[in-house]
Ligand binder design. Structure first.
Ligand SMILES: Cc1ncc(COP(=O)(O)O)c(C=O)c1O
Length: 341
């Protein structure tokens, strides 16, 4: 089976399983799990940030990240296609009681000017207090596109000018870092909090890290408990994350090459209307109007390829470490064979 529905479908590699089996564990709710403590410390150091908190999921690190910055009634500026807004069950309202001001960015990337144009005047009691800007890198719904760090720097300046915090949903931040040959510390300098997933392209079975200053991470620790995210011998999972950070970052470029090859092929398919340029491991494309999406997905399934529809005529392929080069060839062959009618 070629499973390109998401990069979350990977299974731990033998080396990762070995690392998990030998993890030095303790009760992490008591702060006694050596593997979790090491993962948190080394991840924070990698980004030049003070502290980190290991959580079960990216949804939790995003939601806690938003909660540590906001009070009920505050407003969060984010893009209309952002995961924190679209795919976290209304968590911003549910967990933080905050409202959202949605930007219409370019594939999920908005500008510093957009931020400046949407900050509410805090003295006017009619408006919610704008408190936080949240950006996503890479942008999932934007087809895995990357932000230009220079634009983020301008957004940071806009935030500083208006007393706003800046959060990064970096579920796939390492894809951006590898694609753009960037330094993690550059991100650490720009954001108040960063959420990084270990269970996407990095291949761990679960786990995300929230990075930030010590005081905010102490607050986050409390919210993790409140949300039921305190895990006990979590080191078995953290060991997988630590292994992924050590062994699976550089190889992300292989996934990017697979995505680029398939995107190139799709651009040549007559039944494809358009393909978003593949910057990292995600390919989003639009089928021509005459093509029945379900028929296309069924054609792929008949060749044991599992993909997802993410909107009208929109299909998403996500590449990861469990898709081999031979499977990419098989996928390309299947794309060539499809007849829309
Ligand atoms: C951009 C982005 N942020 C956050 C998440 C949430 O991660 P999790 O599934 O671990 O809750 C995802 C999941 O796919 C994602 O794509």
């Amino acid at each position: 089976m070629i499973d390109i529905r998401s990069d979350t479908v990977t299974r731990p590699t033998p080396g990762m399983l070995e690392a998990m089996m030998h993890a030095d564990v303790g009760d992490d709710v008591f702060g006694e799990d050596a593997t979790v403590n090491t993962l948190q410390r080394t991840a924070a150091e990698r980004f030049g940030m003070e502290a980190a908190l290991f959580c079960p999921s990216g949804t939790m690190t995003n939601q806690i990240g938003i909660k540590v910055h906001t009070q009920p009634g505050d407003e969060v500026i984010c893009d209309e296609v952002s995961h924190v807004y679209l795919y976290e069950g209304g968590g911003i309202a549910f967990n933080s009681g905050a409202s959202t001001r949605l930007m219409k960015g370019n594939r999920g990337r908005f500008t510093a000017q957009d931020v400046l144009d949407n900050v509410n005047h805090s003295e006017d009691a009619h408006f919610p207090h704008t408190r936080l800007v949240s950006i996503e890198n890479t942008v999932n719904k934007g087809g895995g596109c990357c932000w230009d760090v220079s634009e983020i720097e301008q957004i940071r300046k806009a935030c500083d000018a208006h007393g706003l915090a800046l959060h990064l949903d970096g579920a796939r931040l390492f894809n951006a870092i590898v694609a753009r040959a960037e330094e993690p510390k550059r991100y650490g300098k720009l954001f108040d909090t960063i959420s990084v997933c270990l269970s996407k392209g990095l291949g761990a079975p679960a786990g995300s890290l929230l990075l930030g200053p010590k005081a905010l991470i102490a607050k986050a620790h409390r919210y993790r408990k409140v949300m039921g995210g305190g895990m006990r011998q979590a080191g078995y999972i953290a060991a997988a994350g630590a292994y992924a950070l050590e062994h699976h970052v550089d190889r992300l470029k292989e996934d990017h090459a697979k995505a680029a090859a398939v995107a190139g092929e799709l651009a040549r398919c007559s039944y494809v209307e358009s393909v978003l340029s593949a910057e990292t491991n995600i390919v989003i494309f639009t089928l021509a109007d005459a093509v029945d999406t379900q028929r296309f997905l069924q054609h792929l399934k008949n060749g044991d390829v599992h993909a997802l529809s993410v909107g009208k005529q929109l299909i998403r392929f996500v590449f990861h470490l469990d898709v081999s080069p031979a499977q990419v060839d098989a996928l390309i062959a299947s794309l060539r064979k499809f007849r829309p009618s």
